[in-house]
Design a protein around this ligand. Sequence first.
Ligand code: GDP
Length: 308
Amino acid sequence: MFNSLSDRLTATFKNLRGKGRLSEADIDATVREIRRALLDADVAVPVVREFAAAVRERALGVEVSGALNPAQQVVKIVNAELVEILGGQTRSLQLAKTPPTVIMLAGLQGAGKTTLAGKLALALKEQGHTPLLVAADLQRPNAVTQLSVVADRAGVPVFAPHPGNTGATDPADDTVIGDPVSVAREGVAQARAKQHDVVIVDTAGRLGVDRLLMQQAADIRAAITPDEVLFVIDAMIGQDAVTTAQAFLDGVDFTGVVLSKLDGDARGGAALSVAKVTGRPIMFASTGEKLTDFEVFHPDRMASRILD
Ligand code: GDP
């Protein structure tokens, strides 16, 4: 991810090398290049516009004297703006004062929620927590099995709906009949009873945003009052990321974003747009299929990686 954006920005900065002082025309040309590079990387248009304006304003205001040459000053400004659109500070999980901490996952089908549930559970377990996974995705018949597999790999228990709760699979539409809201509620109650200090609730996703799905996620949220609602988004989906994120923000609301599939070679604009557009911090990044391919998201490190 970001290789091409990174190359484009580096080439732009190279053009400034050796310049003693930047004229307004130099700055405008540079900002134009940066704007093109961001648009080509699929960054959302309003985000690009704001970014370019901020870089221009700061570059025009730069003092001539100082330890940094003009090219270095522009890099510094772009770096600061990148950190800003990526959310500024690193934001860690908010743990409940009275356990269990309830974490709900939301996002489209295939976004990487189930995988993330395992990754998060493993990371928390390694920090000494005792997570319980809850399978409240009853939309796909094998979602419960998939979460159980992931839980096994992470070495943590899973609360899955008992028979009678899931009901039968309706072969006509591939839907498991059941009540995900009760499963989520029972899962949290189970965590409390068995003294798990964190409970991670996996929920259903559809291929596209869908009113019923959104209502279901909102109902689960209302039933379990989570401390964190993490919206998982596939960083490879490009421009669609912003509309999807906005739909989840309006329909369910979330406290943080997890970018998945950051190991992909897509253009990465989703990663660069979502925090700014939603006003919610990116908290974690998923970078592969293994449970250890997971990291806390640091806006400053990501910015440096892009400008490396
Ligand atoms: P869910 O439908 O949101 O629960 O998504 P899944 O967790 O089932 O993930 C969908 C697919 O993406 C699976 O094949 C995962 O192995 C894969 N996947 C999930 N996260 C990542 C990631 O960070 N990188 C890569 N390359 N693949 C991932």
